[in-house]
Design a protein around this ligand. Sequence first.
Ligand code: MG
Ligand code: ZN
Length: 219
Amino acid sequence: MKIQVVKNILDANDRIADENRSLFNQKKIFVMNLMSSPGAGKTSLVERTIEALRDRYRIAVIEGDIQDTCDADRVAALGIPAVQINTGGGCHLDANMVREGMSGLDLDAIDLLIVENVGNLVCPAEFRVGEDVKIMILSTPEGADKPSKYPLIFQNSAVMLLNKIDLMPHLDFDRDKALRDARALNPDLTIFEVSCRTGAGLDGWFGWLSERVARVVGV
Ligand code: MG
Ligand code: ZN
């Protein structure tokens, strides 16, 4: 039965996610699972976040991609520990892949672990990897219909970054609809309107994240 298979896969995943979770708790690591469509700006946000918070917190990154190492290379170029997970065609990271990625990191030397998921608005929202929060990016060129088409990712995220706001004058992006529909799906969703290219609006995000990390790390 197909439905039962999916349920069993998610149950097995949840068990490993719980194990990851307890290890992160024990090591006092704040973990964010970053999700978006391909090209929405995940790696650019990771780079900006590293630049802003690296003096305050020890940061590491697990990069999930179907293949290639270019995102991990971008992070490693900043001098930050980065592990690349290639899913070999798989369209999301699961808890077991993240567990394997963790084995390549010194967990005693990390305050903030950023897990950059595979670019996809569907199953990354279903699979827990042991994170504290799911964070999503919606970029303006994707259009304002994404909340109604992919509700789960909006429902499961703590924060939505609306990225590429600098492009809005050139697009027919219905900002009010996108924000209204996202909030209707998740009234607790915190929204920051940003441009990872220009840096606009990012201070609010850095402040939000920094406060969460501080609570876990205890500084
Ligand atoms: Mg990327
Ligand atoms: Zn998938």
